[in-house]
Design a protein around this ligand. Structure first.
Ligand code: PLP
Length: 433
């Protein structure tokens, strides 16, 4: 029997987020202050909501999704379908069965609303009236722009200049949702001015945009900084993706052999694999592989060092033990800006150090990756985000290997977002369109 689309009913949508911290093979190394200078740990409350800090430190396995957030998940289209890529299987002539999770179906175009709705809710509940947001590719910004509207918050977005210029339609989208959108680095913050002094046309980075959002939040009583990825509370709010995926695969009696997603700060990868990570840590499913697709522009998990480092260049928040290329490293520009960062999530870093996560690294020119997105568009009909194209590429590569070995493998990947405002990037790389 061939299941093309696997849906869950609203009643089947999980009511709790899953936090893997108590189930990790060893304790998560805590955030730390540097040897010198003021305590960053004591400063945290100047930047973030209390709730997000509590969740970052939580050792609870299951955390109830606040009812208002749960209802908003339904409103924005959760639970989301899991779909079989039958036409891709036939096109590749692979014996593998390929499934993909449709996180592109969110109103703003990506999985980011799973966390932005929660973060905006926490802020509103704590009496905050304005959010300072960092965004790389623009998906986090768009999701926060809409989430801010829902909770009546003001929203200022620091949008990495290179991506802003590549896709001005993303900025228009955020502005149309009522947000203020700035091309980062800006002259509004001290850290922004430092980078502009070095290079007035600085292309920006996720790290710089993050540092700007922190300095903005610290300068005003009514504002908190939000977080797009990497921190524990972001990862756990994304667990809804994988909890749904497991219910969906269970309902058709499938077990994944490999689960694939792209890795930036690590939140869609964690969210997607979390339920099967738990199975594997509990010893119930030993054979499943977790495969993260990285860019050669920032191959942290493949080539970085596992050590304490700062996670943004103003160095105003604590150090974390992460796979890092060095917080001040300058990374080559790619069109998939959402996965170009110097480090990744502490939780994924620990799992990688224990050998539980595999990676594949793709070339900086992004040609092979964007060709995979084109193939997927032509055979399945969906235009994925440039970041998600990395997951598509890795899934196709796995399916071709299964073909070589004549293996009936089950490959499941996450489509983290849609690419309807990313044509300029696709044109520049594919050249013939
Ligand atoms: C933000 C984003 C990513 C990368 O972030 P992670 O936290 O690593 O998941 C990937 N794809 C899309 C579409 C994004 O918006």
């Amino acid at each position: 029997m061939k299941h093309e689309i696997v849906n869950l009913s609203i009643d089947e949508m999980p009511k709790e987020w899953y936090n893997i911290v108590p189930d990790l093979p060893e304790p998560l190394p805590p955030a730390k202050d540097p040897e010198e200078g003021p305590s960053r740990i004591k400063q945290l409350e100047n930047f973030y909501t209390k709730t997000s800090l509590e969740l970052d430190a939580s050792k609870e396995r299951w955390i109830k999704i606040p009812e208002e957030v749960w209802e908003l998940y339904v409103h924005v289209g959760r639970p989301r379908p899991l779909q079989r890529a039958l036409r891709l299987e036939r096109y590749l002539k692979t014996p593998a069965r390929i499934y993909f999770k449709r996180e592109d179906l969110s109103p703003t175009g990506s999985f980011k609303m799973n966390t932005t709705l929660a973060q905006a809710y926490f802020a509103a509940k704590e009496g905050v009236s304005r959010l300072a947001v960092e965004t790389g590719a623009g998906q986090t910004g768009t999701a926060f722009a809409f989430s801010s509207k829902i909770f009546g918050l003001q929203c200022t977005i620091y949008f990495v200049r290179f991506a802003y210029n590549l896709k001005p339609d993303r900025a228009t989208y955020m502005k149309m949702l009522g947000a203020e959108v700035l091309s980062s680095p800006t002259d509004r913050t001290e850290i922004g001015r430092t980078f502009l002094k070095k290079d007035p046309k600085h292309p920006g980075s996720i790290g710089i945009a993050t540092a700007e959002s922190l300095q903005d939040a610290a300068s005003r009583d009514d504002t908190v900084a939000t977080v797009g990825s990497s921190k524990n509370h972001v990862l756990l709010t994304q667990s809804i993706i994988g909890l749904e995926t497991k219910k969906q695969l269970d309902s058709i009696d499938e077990k994944p052999d490999v689960m694939i997603s792209c890795i930036g700060g690590g939140s869609n990868f964690y969210g997607f694999i979390c339920a099967y990570l738990k199975e594997r840590l509990d010893g119930r499913l030993k054979t499943v592989r977790f495969l993260g697709a990285e860019s050669g522009a920032s191959p942290r998990l493949t080539k970085g060092e596992y050590r304490y480092d700062f996670t943004e260049p103003s160095k105003s928040t604590p150090m974390a033990k992460v796979y890092t290329l060095g917080v001040d490293a300058s990374l080559p520009l790619i069109r998939a800006e959402g996965i170009r960062s110097s480090s990744t999530a502490p939780i994924l870093s620990l799992l990688r150090s224990k050998g539980m996560i595999d990676t594949r690294v793709y070339a900086i020119d992004e040609k092979d990756v964007f060709e995979a997105a084109r193939t997927f568009l032509q055979v399945e009909g969906f235009l994925v985000a440039p970041e998600s194209a990395y997951a598509v590429r890795a899934a196709i590569d796995e399916a071709l290997e299964a073909k070589k070995k004549n293996e009936e493998k089950v490959i499941v990947f996450n489509v983290s977002g849609m690419g309807h405002v990313d044509f300029q990037g696709y044109r520049e790389v594919l050249k013939d369109i």
